[in-house]
Design a protein around this ligand. Structure first.
Ligand SMILES: CC(C)(COP(=O)(O)OP(=O)(O)OC[C@H]1O[C@@H](n2cnc3c(N)ncnc32)[C@H](O)[C@@H]1OP(=O)(O)O)[C@@H](O)C(=O)NCCC(=O)NCCS
Length: 180
């Protein structure tokens, strides 16, 4: 790929491209929980229009008009959870391994720090070794496992919980050591 893929915050006009990307990756069957489209284009556009940007952000990677990467972060809304945000990412098969996740993550980390989010969380199928490696390479550590949380075809698959602390040295703002 010789041309540059643009990475930027999503806008309502990206709704169709986001739906198409989700459908594409869902059809692969092995990587994400959805097995079909949950939001219509109109619903996705409404989410993008009405979301509170202090709590919910989406970044896209665009190859011309095609959305080839999505990284979504949703921050906890309660006092007890506001220091955390949960991340989900998909990259089109054609564009994996080209740094799109890394570029979107950098944007998400900047946004999270601006919102005083201390901890980024995600979950991944235990069988998704590629994604687990990518997350580890970018500073996520495994925190726990929910056994048999998913059924892929006929096999039960564990859910791996991963996180990274954004504070220097992986400490909570109160100085307590919760991170790596
Ligand atoms: C997992 C995924 C998000 C990674 O995104 P990406 O844009 O391909 O990742 P990047 O190119 O930014 O790579 C980041 C790092 O991870 C490594 N990496 C990426 N994919 C990898 C793989 N399949 N196996 C091993 N390492 C991998 C890269 O080498 C890089 O590390 P390095 O710079 O130290 O060499 C992407 O492959 C994807 O969307 N896969 C299918 C859907 C999916 O699994 N989503 C996650 C569901 S939890």
């Amino acid at each position: 790929m010789s041309h540059v893929i643009e990475v930027r915050p999503a806008i309502p006009a990206d709704a169709l491209g986001l739906c198409q990307l989700t459908e594409e990756v869902a059809a692969e069957g092995a990587f994400i929980v959805p097995d079909r489209l949950f939001f219509s284009e109109a619903q996705q556009a409404a989410v993008l229009t009405h979301r509170d940007p202090a709590y919910h952000q989406i970044w896209v990677g665009c190859d011309g008009p095609r959305v080839v990467c999505e990284l979504e972060v949703v921050r906890g809304v309660w006092r007890k959870t506001q220091h955390t945000a949960t991340l989900a990412v998909v990259v089109a098969k054609s564009h994996r391994g080209t740094g799109l996740f890394s570029r979107c993550l950098e944007a998400a980390q900047g946004w999270a720090r601006d919102q005083q989010v201390e901890k980024l969380c995600l979950t991944v199928f235990a069988t998704n070794t590629g994604a687990r490696t990518a997350y580890q390479r970018r500073g996520f550590v495994e925190e726990g496992v929910r056994r048999g949380q998913y059924r892929l075809d006929s096999a039960l698959v564990d859910e791996v919980l991963m996180a990274q602390w954004l504070t220097p040295s992986g400490r909570g703002v109160d100085g307590s050591q919760h991170g790596p």
